[in-house]
Write a protein that binds this ligand. Structure first.
Ligand code: 5GP
Length: 192
C-alpha cells in the first residue's frame, strides 16, 4: 500500500528521553517523507541552535501578537514565562510540499493538535526507562544548570501522567530498539 502524505506525527517526551535523537534518525529515512515542524519559542537559543532551523526564536511581544492573530495551531507556556507554539503556516508549508509533519511538542500541545486533526494525526509518547535514568541523561548532556535539570525532572514526572492518552508509548531503554519501534508505529499509521 502507498504511504499517504499530509499527515501529522506528534512526538512528546520528557526532555532527555532521547526524543530528538529518535526523531533525527527517522527524518533521515526519505521513504517516510517526514519534515520537522519548526516551532516558535520565546526562549533564548542554546549552543548551536539556529533561528528557522531548531526554532523560530521570537520575543514575547511578537509571540503574543501572533496569538492574537490566531497564527498558532497550538501554543503552551511549557516552562514559566517561556512560550512554545506550532505555527499553522509551518504545518501548511510541510503539507503543501506533500510531506508529513513531525511535531516535537509538549504533552498538552500534542493532545490539542490531535483534537484539531483527529485521524490525520498520530500521537507518540517516548518514555525514559525511569526518572533516575532521565536525571543521569540530563546531567550527561551538560547543557543545563542543576536548577534547570531539577525543573525538567519535576516537569517529566508530571508529563509521564499523560502517557495513557497517547496513541502509542515507546520506552527508550535501548536507542536502536526505540528508533525501530517508533519507525514501525509511523509506517503502520502512514499505511492506514
Ligand atoms: P526545549 O526548551 O528543551 O527545546 O523544549 C522544551 C519543551 O518544549 C519540549 O518538551 C518540547 O517538546 C516543547 N515544545 C517545543 N516546541 C513546542 C511547541 O511548538 N508547542 C508546545 N506545546 N511545546 C513545544
Amino acid at each position: 500500500m502507498t504511504k499517504k502524505s499530509g499527515k501529522l506525527i506528534i512526538v512528546s517526551a520528557p526532555s532527555g528521553s532521547g526524543k530528538s535523537t529518535i526523531v533525527g534518525e527517522l527524518i533521515k529515512d526519505k521513504e517516510l517523507r517526514l519534515q520537522f515542524s519548526v516551532s516558535a519559542t520565546t526562549r533564548k537559543p542554546r549552543g548551536e541552535e539556529k533561528h528557522g532551523v531548531h526554532y523560530y526564536f521570537l520575543d514575547v511581544d511578537d509571540f503574543k501578537r501572533r496569538i492574537e492573530r490566531d497564527e498558532f495551531a497550538e501554543f503552551e507556556e511549557v516552562y514559566e514565562g517561556r512560550f512554545y507554539g506550532t505555527l499553522k503556516s509551518e504545518l501548511e508549508r510541510i503539507m503543501a510540499a506533500g510531506d508529513n509533519a513531525v511535531l516535537d511538542i509538549d504533552v498538552k500541545g500534542a493532545l490539542s493538535v490531535k483534537k484539531l486533526y483527529g485521524d490525520r494525526a498520530l500521537t507518540l509518547f517516548i518514555q525514559p526507562p525511569s526518572i533516575e535514568v532521565l536525571r543521569e541523561r540530563l546531567l550527561g548532556r551538560g547543557t543545563d544548570s542543576l536548577e534547570e535539570i531539577e525543573k525538567r525532572i519535576a516537569k517529566a514526572a508530571y508529563e509521564l501522567t499523560f502517557a495513557p492518552h497517547f496513541d502509542a508509548v515507546i520506552v527508550n531503554d535501548v536507542l536502536v530498539t526505540a528508533v525501530e519501534d517508533t519507525r514501525r508505529a509511523i509506517v503502520d499509521f502512514l499505511e492506514s
